[in-house]
Design a protein around this ligand. Structure first.
Ligand code: HEC
Ligand code: HEC
Length: 369
């Protein structure tokens, strides 16, 4: 049995932070603030000297979009006057830039703009996270479309792509195939605890049918690696054997794959009248993405990057107050980070408490003088 120190975790889901002074999030009290190097790319602004904006909308476009994207580190390096079409950051004539931008935006649904989808597809994002670029671009376009003042974030509804329900794997009624594949692993390694009179779930019950019944909700036939029985070992380090959680998880996963391999996909009964199919990951909308007041914010963290050492500020307000993650930090599903306390890892190194901190030089811009 393997013991691993699991630090207590403070989940920060969709944290909306308003910052008045140097920013510091820390799992422990009394952590010191230290200056981190300024790692943001030089965002030297572009000085516009061309003809005046023809109307208010052009002016709004300039303030919300052009000023932000015309710099060399963003789109200004290519989509400039005489550069790559569309020249939406034309630095010689804002009215041309505006007309060109109109061809690649959808101001009714900013996130659906070609400008956004192009970058979402991997085109010249200026940060290490495409998700952050997508959000920031969407913010710029939303500000142009609606004006920034007093805005409430709204849920953008859109029709999902139509698809028919496909064939799925279902659990057989009889426990026989489970008993010849997954059950032996459970009885060998989990029966010290997970049997009647012991710990629920009774996945290692001496009665195969009971074990099957208790294990079903913890087995994912379509994606065996996503089974709770596998994740408990691989990510929770819960009672692995031979001191090797990866190997234990692989063994469990292979047993579930064997079990799944014995099942044939079931199509929907042709006598039934069925609707179209939806799936949560692709067609779902974040329920909490709307209704939030976002006026006058100076920093916004949505934690969508999901990897790396930076939590991007997607407020679109310059300079961006990106947070550098250090110590015991971890990305969690559904957009969030977990900051844990200091702990000693398996190699006997002290991992300091988790922190998400913006460089002091940048944070200083937001301290009223
Ligand atoms: C290094 C040069 C370069 C940079 C920087 C760059 N682009 Fe592009 N862009 C191109 C080229 C080349 C094309 C045409 C080929 C293609 O479609 O990929 C293009 C095409 C596009 C198109 C498609 C236009 C159409 O009508 O199909 C969009 C939209 C676009 N870029 C948006 C952006 C945005 C937004 C940025 C800044 C975040 C950006 N680009 C930065 C070179 C660049
Ligand atoms: C030393 C006793 C012990 C052993 C051995 C053990 N467990 Fe557990 N298990 C527990 C305890 C206690 C709980 C309830 C507390 C918790 O969730 O950690 C639990 C809960 C669970 C749960 C339900 C909670 C959840 O988060 O899904 C699953 C599934 C599980 N164990 C799987 C396994 C598997 C698979 C094995 C065999 C590889 C195993 N356990 C071996 C003690 C044990």
């Amino acid at each position: 049995m393997m013991t691993t120190h699991r630090p207590s975790i403070i989940p920060l889901r969709s944290l909306l932070a308003l910052i008045a002074a140097a920013f510091l999030l820390s799992a422990c009290e009394g952590e010191s603030t230290e200056s981190l190097p300024n790692t943001s790319a030089s965002a030297s602004s572009v000085n516009y000297t061309g003809p005046a904006p023809e109307n208010d909308d052009v002016q709004a476009f300039k303030l919300a979009v052009w000023d932000n994207l015309a710099t060399q580190d963003k789109c200004g390096a290519c989509h400039n006057a005489g550069g790559q079409s569309p020249t939406f950051v034309n630095e010689q004539d804002i009215n041309i830039a505006y007309a060109q931008a109109r061809t690649v935006v959808n101001l009714d649904a900013p996130s659906q703009s070609e400008m956004v989808s192009k970058v979402a597809g991997g085109h010249n994002c200026w940060t290490s996270s495409t998700a952050a670029c997508v959000d920031i671009l969407t913010t710029y376009l939303t500000n142009w479309a609606g004006g920034a003042a007093g805005s409430v974030k709204t849920v953008e509804l859109r029709a999902p792509t139509e698809k028919d329900p496909g064939a799925t794997l279902t659990f057989p009624a009889s426990s026989g195939e489970f008993e010849s594949t997954v059950y032996p692993v459970l009885t060998t390694y989990c029966s010290d605890c997970h049997t009647e009179n012991g710990q629920t779930p009774y996945i290692a019950s001496s009665n195969g049918a009971t074990a099957y019944e208790q294990a079903q909700s913890r087995i994912n036939l379509e994606t065996p690696s996503a089974s709770r029985l596998v994740q408990r070992l691989r990510t929770d380090f819960h009672n692995c054997w031979d001191d090797d959680c990866d190997l234990s998880a692989d063994t469990m996963q292979m047993a579930i794959e064997d079990f799944a391999g014995l099942q044939s996909p079931q199509t929907v009964d042709s006598d039934l009248v069925v609707s179209k199919a939806l799936n949560l990951a692709e067609d779902g909308l974040l329920a909490n993405s709307g209704g939030r007041y976002e006026n006058n914010i100076i920093a916004l963290y949505e934690f969508k990057a999901g990897e790396g050492q930076t939590a991007f500020d997607t407020s679109g307000v310059s300079p961006a107050l990106d947070l550098t993650l250090s110590g015991n930090t971890e990305w969690v599903g559904g957009w969030g980070i977990a900051l844990g306390g200091a702990y000693q890892n398996e190699q006997n190194f002290m991992v300091p408490a988790g922190k998400a901190q913006a460089p002091l030089q940048i944070a200083r811009n937001y301290i009223p003088s």
